[in-house]
Design a protein around this ligand. Structure first.
Ligand code: DHB
Ligand code: FE
Length: 280
């Protein structure tokens, strides 16, 4: 049987890829951010996941505005890293887990989440940077991946409640997967940031801290009280990527125990957060 062993949520800012390429991890600007992952590396050494189920938002690479699913799940044997325009170096391809992908797809569609299925999929900085943060070097990646993509690029976005529900459905699907697998859930994006418009540079530390605390509390669905427009107001037009954190937390199951947390302003234009949770 598959077991969910934990959940890591993190920002995925493109500049992380360049900092890794140039070896800037110990520079004053980057050190507090990279140091935040040390407890995760220690935890991974004993947790030893086999597969990552990763909630992320594509940024116009695999999907573009002309055809943009609300929810999509990868079912490919391999996922190539590619760049939608940040000019960051590419990482080694990721191995997929088509059996787990199709099990999750069948299960969530039966649960009335009608996802787009992707037997070919390229993945952007929102997958590659978080993977490189958890497994520096990535040579080879010690886990396979199942990408679960949620649209945060073009309105209408799925509601926070809908994303929470999808996360719960993915969690139920993993729990019913008959093969042995140690599954790490990940969610990437956020926290508060806005890249364009009048509020470019917007960050909301108070909201981010409330949101992170809610994920470790006995009210993890706290953020579902807000509409997506309210979440944009509170977290910024790109900060709405926090929907990935919410879906990932929902997939973890009812109770969670916080193992580690970091929060650092700024990394590029973003309040960079990280949380590691275990099932209670
Ligand atoms: C930045 C943050 C993002 O989440 C992203 O997808 C692109 C850029 C930034 O802060 O620069
Ligand atoms: Fe992003």
């Amino acid at each position: 049987m598959a077991t969910i062993i934990g959940c890591v949520t993190t920002s995925h800012v493109p500049a992380i890829g360049r900092a890794i390429e140039k070896g800037l991890q110990d520079e004053p600007y980057w050190k507090p951010f990279f140091d935040g992952f040390e407890p995760v590396h220690r935890w991974l050494a004993t947790a030893s996941p086999d597969v990552v189920v990763m909630f992320y938002n594509d940024h116009g690479l695999n999907f573009f505005l002309d055809k943009l699913p609300t929810f999509a799940i990868g079912a490919a044997p391999k996922y190539r890293s590619a760049d939608e325009g940040w000019n960051i170096p590419q990482v080694r391809p990721f191995t997929g887990d088509p059996d787990l992908s199709w099990h999750i797809i069948n299960s969530v569609v039966a649960d009335e989440y009608d996802v787009t299925t992707c037997q070919e999929m390229v993945v952007d900085h929102a997958v590659c940077n978080p993977m490189a943060l958890l497994w520096p070097g990535g040579d080879p990646w010690p886990v396979s991946i199942v990408p679960v993509e949620i649209n945060t690029v073009q309105f209408p976005l799925p509601s926070a409640a809908r994303c929470y529900g999808l996360g719960q459905a993915v969690g139920r699907a993993i729990a019913s997967f008959p093969q042995d697998a140690r599954v790490l859930i990940m969610g990437t994006g956020g926290l508060s940031h806005q890249l364009d418009g009048e509020r470019a540079g917007f960050i909301n530390k108070e909201f981010d801290e409330q949101f992170m605390a809610s994920l470790a509390s006995d009210d993890p669905a706290w953020a579902t009280q807000y509409s997506t427009v309210e979440l944009v107001e509170k977290a910024g037009s790109q900060g709405v990527e926090l929907l990935m954190w919410l879906a990932a937390r929902a997939a973890l199951g009812a109770g969670a125990r916080e193992v580690a947390r970091s929060y650092h302003i700024p990394i590029s234009n973003t309040a960079a957060g990280m949380m590691l949770l275990e099932p209670a």
